[in-house]
Ligand binder design. Structure first.
Ligand code: PGA
Length: 250
């Protein structure tokens, strides 16, 4: 089955980030009550900087926007510097007019993880569903913290991170030492993500090229979680030239 994913290729990581921001801004401007799904990690940083610029210079308002974030480390509270809540504050929320009470990041310190995960799913439904979910991709093809083997019907839940993911997040960018990286996380599931009306997966850099190739041209398979987007009716991969460098090769 050929995939239905639209592929947009840009030369540089910066141009790819601007394209992703443009797609997000179009949703924000076209809806009275936009619902965004957001991602953390190195990849979306430039996209958030561009959205902040659009807010300052082009009157892009987030006042009516609701946001849901993909994931959070288990055991890190919202005030922890490495928590994804703090990442979102630093890179986006502090720079735009989004209302704090309209931003939802899973609570890594929730006393009942199942109740927290169920509440997250219910709140997405109550908000009317996600209009656009921004994703990154792991070098192993993960989306959010859905590591290889995550099922297409998976929902928000507690997961164990793979050694590759722990290593990728402790290369000095987020944690300096692998021992500091939490072993578990709360993550939106593949089904949670697939229910978004549109999906934008942003991938930049050579390290993502093989995962991008597998996702687009490999089997629809739980071995590569991003390949489970192949049949989504409105999914766009925005790539820089390095992330796209293995496309078209056998
Ligand atoms: P990165 O992470 O943007 O930091 O590369 C992406 C991901 O693991 O989903």
């Amino acid at each position: 089955m050929p995939h239905r994913i639209k592929v947009v290729m840009k030369e540089s990581a910066r141009e790819a980030a601007v394209e992703a921001a443009r797609l997000i801004a179009a949703v924000v401007r076209s809806k009275s009550r936009p619902v965004l799904g957001l991602a953390t990690g190195g990849t979306p940083e430039l996209t958030y900087a561009e959205l902040a610029r659009m807010h300052r210079e082009e009157a892009l308002s987030f006042a009516a926007v609701r946001t849901f974030n993909l994931d959070e480390y288990a055991g890190l509270g919202p005030d922890h510097a490495q928590s994804y809540r703090q990442f979102m504050q630093r890179h986006l929320f502090a720079h735009v007019d989004v209302r704090p009470w309209n931003t939802r990041v899973l609570d890594g310190l929730a006393s009942s993880v199942p109740a927290e995960c169920e509440a997250f799913e219910r709140q997405i439904v109550a908000a009317g569903g996600v209009d656009l979910w921004l994703l990154g991709i792991g070098g192993n093809g993960h989306i959010a913290f859905n590591e290889p083997g995550s099922t297409v019907d998976s929902r928000t839940r507690l997961v164990t991170l793979t050694p590759e993911t722990i290593a990728a997040n402790s290369d000095g960018r987020f944690f300096s030492d692998p021992a500091e990286v939490p072993r578990c996380a709360l993550t939106a599931g593949i089904a949670t993500i697939r229910e978004a009306r549109s999906i934008v997966l942003l991938a930049t850099g050579r390290k993502k090229a093989e995962a991008v190739r597998q996702s687009l041209h490999g089997l629809f398979s739980e071995r590569c979680p991003a390949s489970l987007l192949q049949d989504h009716p409105d999914c766009t991969f925005v790539l820089d030239s390095e992330a796209a460098s293995l496309l078209g090769k056998a």
